[in-house]
Design a protein around this ligand. Structure first.
Ligand SMILES: Nc1ncnc2c1ncn2[C@@H]1O[C@H](COP(=O)(O)OP(=O)(O)OP(=O)(O)O)[C@@H](O)[C@H]1O
Ligand SMILES: [Mg+2]
Length: 259
């Protein structure tokens, strides 16, 4: 609890102090609000930076990738095909980082379409299953029928991928990642659960901050991007965690997104 206190002397009519008055006020909510608005401010500055850097980087990256793909398809260059494959893979991850950056930068909602959330999940499942295979984990989906709603499908796919990849990265061999959808009290819920090591208290408070990461070789943008996407599409993200795993829940309130 955070408190703000004031202390006043209590005096008699001759000015002699015969007591003190202490006024203490619980300011926890105000402090939390201040911290939250400072965090959002940082996020917005990050977004502006991201827009600039992203635009500058995307075009040269695309050109280099195009040439590398051309060389990779050229038989005369067979001798360096393994090196070209490594370069292409690295470029792919640079491209992914720039795309995440740009996603942070966008503050307007993209073009929404009347979509079925379950189809968006189905669309990313093959990619996730391939990721899971490499880690000897498995991915299951429990998709209940949910009402169609107005969504920017590409962004929602990105959000699911980011949450699911976090889950996969938290699990040891044999882990199970579950993606489920359901309708509950007028909201459409998307849940991503893992059987990983859970999220420590110290990490939970910071993990939404851009560039915060506890992992080697990752950037720390995944959850910040998820938060931006959810905010843009009027959804909220909550999570529960324990040593047996974590579940992230994205709640889409139907409201004016019904279609
Ligand atoms: N499901 C999870 N289980 C355990 N820890 C998690 C989970 N999701 C997120 N975290 C923690 O939150 C941190 C931030 O996650 P975030 O997705 O933003 O970045 P990252 O995964 O480290 O990097 P990036 O997503 O950019 O590749 C992670 O480094 C990890 O410590
Ligand atoms: Mg991540």
């Amino acid at each position: 609890m955070c408190t703000a206190s004031s202390i006043f002397p209590i005096t008699d009519e001759r000015g002699k102090v015969y007591g003190i008055s202490i006024l203490a006020r619980d300011v926890t909510a105000e402090r939390t609000m201040e911290r939250e608005s400072a965090r959002l401010e940082r996020l917005s500055v990050m977004g502006q930076l991201a827009a600039g850097i992203g635009h500058e980087l995307r075009n040269p990256l695309t050109t280099v990738r195009g040439f590398l793909q051309f060389f990779a398809g050229n038989r005369d260059m067979a001798a360096i095909h393994p090196q070209l494959a490594i370069m292409l893979a690295d470029l792919e991850s640079a491209h992914a980082i720039v795309s995440q950056f740009l996603s942070l930068a966008r503050d307007s909602v993209g073009e929404t379409r009347c979509a079925d959330l379950n189809q968006v999940v189905q669309g990313v499942l093959p990619m996730l299953r391939a990721d899971a295979l490499i880690r000897a984990c498995c991915v299951t989906a429990h998709l209940r029928p949910v009402p169609r709603q107005r969504l920017v499908e590409g962004e929602i796919a990105q959000l699911i991928l980011n949450l699911a990849r976090n889950g996969l990265q938290a699990m040891a061999e044999g882990g199970v990642l579950t993606i489920s959808t359901e309708e509950c009290d007028g909201a459409v819920l998307l849940k991503v659960s893992d059987t990983g090591h859970g999220i420590a208290k110290g990490v939970a408070g910071k993990m939404w901050t851009p560039f915060f990461t506890t992992r080697d070789g990752t950037v720390g943008l995944g959850l910040a991007v998820c938060e931006c996407i959810a905010k843009r599409q009027g959804a909220t993200i909550t999570f529960v965690t324990s040593e047996q795993g974590s579940t992230f829940t994205v709640a889409f309130q139907r409201g004016d997104r019904a279609c």
